[in-house]
Write a new protein. Structure first.
Length: 251
């Protein structure tokens, strides 16, 4: 078994293309063209080219590439904003997509939408619905909340500890931090996630966080997981760098 995974992209098309190039280099070395690539969500917001990211991924999916696209909280907020009536996130009604700390304005700017607050949210909303191509909306609509493989559970934010995978709810899968991040129990599979930025992709034994803060100037991480032992390696320009569980390192 072999699978690749990419962390939170946040509108950085250049970083996305770079890590896909790392994956292609690894595929050639391993002579494996079929292993899936799981993108753990938060494709949009904060970075300079969310439109380019959605276009790149939509083209790849349409071409039949073995890509899995998971839904992040930012992706869900964008899609709800694009409904005929602007909708807020059901878990975080206190947030709106266009406020500065969320990043929706940078996403719309990448589509050429004038996001000057003086124009008003209704005018921005109308222009947004016209500017975002149907292929991008279809990609957002087709996102999965999770992806399962033997011994692995891929998700954007994490899982509710103590709740079986089949009973998890979307709000947790795209938004949760605590109590997931501090829980050290075996979840029944290695949970591969993003959402909570760390300086470097980190293996915690029961979970693997691959959000290395691309939204804030950090790198975009791509990993490969393979074999019965679920060995994890970070992919770099010079090849693989093994990621061992931090508990094993300090123990």
């Amino acid at each position: 078994m072999r699978v690749y995974a990419i962390g939170d992209i946040h509108g950085h098309l250049d970083k996305l293309k770079a890590v896909h190039a790392f994956i292609e280099q690894d595929r050639r070395r391993m002579k494996d063209a079929d292993a899936p690539v799981v993108h753990v969500g938060d494709l949009v917001d904060r970075g300079p080219d969310s439109a380019g990211v959605l276009g790149y991924l939509a083209e790849g999916v349409a071409a039949g590439k073995p890509w899995v696209i998971l839904k992040g909280n930012h992706d869900r907020m964008m899609r709800r904003f694009l409904e005929p009536e602007r909708l807020r996130d059901p878990l975080r009604p206190d947030l709106h997509w266009l406020q500065d700390n969320i990043g929706g304005r940078s996403t719309l700017a990448s589509y050429g939408v004038d996001t000057d607050p003086a124009r008003g949210k209704e005018a921005i909303h109308e222009d947004s619905r016209a500017a975002v191509p149907e292929t991008h909306v279809a990609l957002l609509d087709g996102m999965k909340t999770h992806h399962r493989m033997p011994g692995l559970y891929f998700v954007h934010a994490g899982v509710r500890p103590g709740v079986g995978f089949d009973a998890q709810v979307e709000d947790d899968l795209v938004w949760i931090r605590e109590p997931f991040l501090s829980d050290t129990r075996d979840h029944g599979a290695l949970v591969v996630h993003g959402h909570s930025p760390v300086a470097l992709a980190t293996h915690y034994g029961n979970r693997l966080n691959i959000d290395s803060a691309a939204a804030y100037g950090g790198p975009l991480s791509a990993v490969v997981i393979e074999g019965k032992g679920l060995a994890v390696s970070l992919l770099t320009e010079t090849g693989r760098r093994p990621l061992v569980p931090v508990r094993a390192m300090v123990g």
